[in-house]
Design a binder for this molecule. Structure first.
Ligand SMILES: O=C(O)c1ccc[n+]([C@@H]2O[C@H](COP(=O)([O-])O)[C@@H](O)[C@H]2O)c1
Ligand SMILES: Cc1cc2nc[nH]c2cc1C
Length: 344
């Protein structure tokens, strides 16, 4: 598998020109805060003083997890395929928010334990019907993991998006994400685990125990790709490949919650520059997410106590990205509006 080579979008000359444009708008210097940072970042990613968001898209990647055998989720595995049906019928939260914000939604089966048959609207990239239980062996073989990543890269090649958001669905995947987090960051398991879909304290400690056993079993997995195969999931690997290709194609990547960020942890371990293409939509209520973001040096746009996944935070953040490019394009300048500038 060829890992995409990324170039940094940083360009000192363009950055200075964007700063001048931003500072020339009719507002006290710096007063649009994070929106100014976003406008500059999107301009740099698109390599223009006039960035646009014309074709926003979100990929919702679904996969099942063998580790659910350890009793690590508050819901049964069948909810994964049932929610995929819900996405296809247009009734999930992500459908509502994507419709509200004019976002194209792509639903991907990367490894769900269900036969959907031939389903219009479903992107069938099933590598296998769920991962193996990583407490007993690797979640995926290296070949399966590479197949999921390559499928993610190839899928992004079919898209015309300028902003690409990520979402996921997979009962048990907060366990996989927490295991990846512990392995890739060295943060203690206790500080990586959380309640997921709603475990009680006993459930959370069962989850931590499963992860601790898995980290011992897979101690020989040392590279990011070995760790992804041992502990990850098909939807996580698919997103990791899709993020790397999206950055290579200079798309703005909108990161959602805990599981999406775990895919980015792997992508950033392979190609750190990918982070310069990322906007972090929100800080999830899942306990480890704040620490995961801190590890990446990332600042989330919003804190809404969300813990749903599906790309809902990414969809809700899109209006903020649009506000950033719109103020840059449409606000008057001090001279065009005859407004006096700051005292010297
Ligand atoms: O995005 C998040 O931060 C997030 C936090 C907690 C749960 N989820 C969703 O809940 C599911 C995984 O939870 P669990 O408890 O089954 O591991 C999966 O479908 C995720 O989309 C998502
Ligand atoms: C109902 C339900 C919807 C979800 N969407 C994302 N993860 C989910 C988990 C559950 C349980």
């Amino acid at each position: 598998m060829q890992i995409p080579t990324l170039v940094s979008p940083q360009d000192a000359n363009l950055s200075a020109r964007l700063d001048r444009l931003i500072d020339d708008k009719t507002k006290p210097l710096g007063s649009l805060g994070v929106l100014e940072r976003l406008a500059r970042q999107i301009g740099l990613i698109q390599a223009t003083e006039r960035p646009v968001i014309a074709r926003p898209a979100i990929i919702v990647c679904a996969g099942d997890h063998g580790v659910t055998d350890e009793g690590v989720s508050a819901y049964p595995q069948s909810v994964t395929w049932q929610m995929v049906e819900n996405f296809l019928a247009g009734g999930a939260a992500i459908n509502v928010f994507a419709r509200q914000n004019g976002i194209a939604l792509h639903i991907v089966d990367a490894g769900v334990n269900h036969d959907f048959g031939v389903r219009p609207g479903l992107v069938d990239r099933k590598v296998a019907p769920g991962t193996a239980n990583f407490c007993r062996g690797p979640a995926m073989s290296q070949a399966q993991c590479a197949a999921a990543m390559e499928a993610g890269m190839r899928f992004v090649d079919t898209l015309q998006a300028d902003v690409l958001g990520f979402g996921e669905m997979g009962i048990g995947n907060t366990t996989a994400a927490a295991a990846l987090m512990a392995a890739l960051t060295g943060i203690a398991v206790q500080d990586c685990v959380g309640a997921g879909t709603g475990l009680d304290a006993q459930g959370v400690s069962r989850k931590a125990d499963a992860i601790t056993r898995a980290l011992q079993l897979h101690a020989q997995a040392q590279t990011p790709l070995e760790r992804l195969a041992a502990l990850g999931g098909f939807e996580i690997a698919f997103m990791c490949g899709a993020m790397l290709r999206g950055a290579q194609r200079r798309m703005v990547l909108v990161i959602d919650g805990f599981i999406v960020t775990s895919a980015l942890l792997v992508a950033a371990a392979l190609q750190p520059v990918v982070l310069e293409y990322c906007v972090f939509s929100h800080c999830s209520d899942e306990a480890g997410h704040g620490r995961m973001l801190a590890h990446l040096g990332a600042r989330a746009l919003m804190q809404l106590d969300l813990r749903l996944g599906e790309g809902t935070g990414a969809a809700l953040a899109l209006p903020l990205l649009q506000a950033a490019v719109n103020f840059l394009a449409d606000m008057a300048t001090f001279s065009s509006a005859s407004v006096s500038g700051k005292h010297d």
